[in-house]
Design a protein around this ligand. Structure first.
Ligand SMILES: Cc1cc2nc3c(=O)[nH]c(=O)nc-3n(C[C@H](O)[C@H](O)[C@H](O)COP(=O)(O)OP(=O)(O)OC[C@H]3O[C@@H](n4cnc5c(N)ncnc54)[C@H](O)[C@@H]3O)c2cc1C
Ligand code: SF4
Length: 482
């Protein structure tokens, strides 16, 4: 059989492109190094006990830990050649090695990039910061495409990922911000997305309410966090119908033929369960095997099981290419379904897509000696968490303010998308301001113990405070380096 595409990695990128290509009638092989937890029977210790989400300690820190490799940590990491390379720790790869990749454990914040994000170089040059940023070592470039070209695809992605949110409040949060007015954004061609989110905003939880009131008092124009979860208020979610709405709305002039297909050719009649607001999902899995929390596996791979060849336990170690290294011709991988007896396998294909996440894609290309070896992976960075503020509320808030383990029901603000210097002369890139998920108590206890051992009363009082602690921070780009 002639394979059109072999795709390495089944996360946010790989799962989506696999869905699209398979639905376009192409022969697709999807390789994933991790396992398919949606098909595994869970260890159940009692009728009401689901070890996947309820055994916090074992789930998060022991097995099954999707952030770790199936068998040990094959990949190692070091910041420079003087260091000894160590296995990726919990934070190292910031992914999950399971079918669906990081979208199995992601926090489901589902922001679009704003129009200015596509033209940051032009923006900073215009506002007199371009030279300084260069001197400070930043590589700020414009995207080759603009927001308007991408907008219809955002609509599709939001339908596939069942995003809950409120466009009006979000638009108000953006346009009422100081930076929006001061930087002349109101004169540019920004427009509120025409379609509403596929689902109304997720119900606000007590933590969300506290943050909302605080932000409102500080004139930060909060809005509900766009969240890729089937909203508990809306009941089961039928992707097909939402996709049909998006396709009907899409301006025909810019549409490739694929998007003329009726939605029942692109999606089955499968419906997804609504969320039960257990609050567990940020950095954890959802209790529903194929349910409320959107991700590559639940949202797209499930739809192509019959028409694409999805191979788990398949760890790619080399991209094959023709003699001139001008065209990739296939992938070599280790079949790890029997971890004690890994078997090398080869898939030949007309096209190869590498979608292993930022770090591991670079690793696979470097291992295969393909591309510009001086540059690959060099400027890969993780987004920053900045300007963190933390408040411990009085004891009367204990219980009420238990901060969700996830980010569900949370609010956000665009007030710090650009942050001014002291004289308000220059505005640096900031990000969205949102309260962060608390670690679960056991994880918190173990982490604290690792850093500075606490036991007995000290540990208990630390955990009691933890249960009424709220943190707020910017998730975004870097400010001027210090
Ligand atoms: C805990 C967590 C929370 C997050 N929260 C958010 C959020 O709230 N909002 C947001 O927008 N983003 C969030 N992200 C980021 C988001 O999930 C990622 O940006 C996105 O999933 C990246 O997609 P990707 O396809 O590039 O890689 P990934 O989703 O990381 O997928 C890469 C896949 O490739 C596989 N793979 C790697 N190497 C190989 C190999 N050699 N052979 C075979 N398979 C391989 C991996 O096992 C993995 O399944 C979060 C990420 C994490 C980990
Ligand atoms: S809150 Fe619970 S049910 Fe809802 S998506 Fe998160 S883990 Fe799943």
């Amino acid at each position: 059989m002639d394979i059109d595409f072999v795709i390495v990695g089944s996360g946010g990128g790989g799962s989506t492109i696999a869905w699209l290509l398979a639905n376009a009638g192409l022969k697709v092989v999807l390789l994933e190094q991790g396992r398919d937890i949606s098909r595994e029977e869970l260890p159940v210790d009692g009728p009401a006990f689901n070890a996947r989400v309820h055994d916090e300690y074992r789930f998060r820190l022991r097995t099954p830990d999707p952030k770790r490799r199936l068998r040990g940590d094959y990949n190692t990491y070091r910041q420079n050649s003087d260091q000894i390379a160590e296995p990726f720790g919990e934070m190292g790869g910031w992914t999950s090695s399971v079918l669906g990749g990081a979208t199995a454990t992601w926090g489901t914040w589902a922001f679009r990039a704003l129009p200015v994000d596509f033209t940051l170089r032009t923006h900073f040059d215009h506002h007199g910061l371009g030279k300084s940023l260069k001197q400070w070592g930043y590589a700020v470039e414009n995207w080759p495409i603009g927001y308007q070209e991408l907008a219809p695809y955002y609509d599709v992605a939001e339908a596939l990922y069942a995003v809950s949110g409120n466009r009006d409040d979000e638009w108000a949060s953006i346009t009422k911000s100081d930076w929006f007015k001061q930087l002349g954004m109101s004169r540019s061609d920004w427009q509120k997305p025409k379609l509403p989110y596929p689902l109304p905003h997720y119900p606000r939880t007590p933590v969300g309410e506290v943050i909302f009131q605080g932000m409102s008092a500080a004139k930060m124009n909060p809005c509900q966090l766009p969240t890729a979860i089937v909203n508990p208020r809306s009941g089961p979610y039928g992707t097909r119908a939402k996709l049909a709405e998006v396709l009907a709305h899409w301006n025909a002039t810019s549409k490739a033929g694929f998007w003329d297909k009726p939605s029942d050719q692109l999606w089955s009649d499968r419906v997804r369960q609504a969320c039960n607001m257990c609050g567990f999902c940020g950095e954890y899995l959802c209790w529903g095997k194929l349910g409320p929390k959107s991700g590559g596996n639940v949202s797209t791979i499930e739809e192509i099981r019959e028409i694409a060849d999805v191979r788990c336990h398949a760890k790619a170690f080399e991209i094959l290419s023709d003699k001139k290294h001008s065209k990739a011709t296939g992938v070599r991988y280790l079949d790890l379904s029997k971890p004690d007896a890994p078997k090398p396998q080869t898939v030949h294909a007309n096209n190869v897509i590498v979608s292993c996440g930022a770090v591991q894609s670079a690793r696979l290309l470097l291992l295969s000696k393909l591309g510009n070896l001086e540059q690959i992976g060099r400027n890969a960075t993780f987004h920053l968490f900045g300007m963190e503020a933390q408040a411990v509320f009085p004891s009367r808030f204990a219980g009420l303010l238990r901060q969700e383990f996830g980010h569900t029901g949370n609010v956000t603000s665009f007030s710090h998308y650009f942050v001014p210097d002291e004289e308000k002369k220059h505005w640096y890139k900031g990000g969205v301001l949102t309260s962060t998920a608390n670690k679960n108590p056991l994880e918190k206890a173990v982490q604290g113990f690792r850093k500075a051992p606490k036991l007995g009363e000290e540990l208990l009082s630390g955990l009691e405070k933890h249960a009424r602690t709220v943190k707020l921070r910017i998730t975004g780009d870097a400010r001027k380096p210090s």
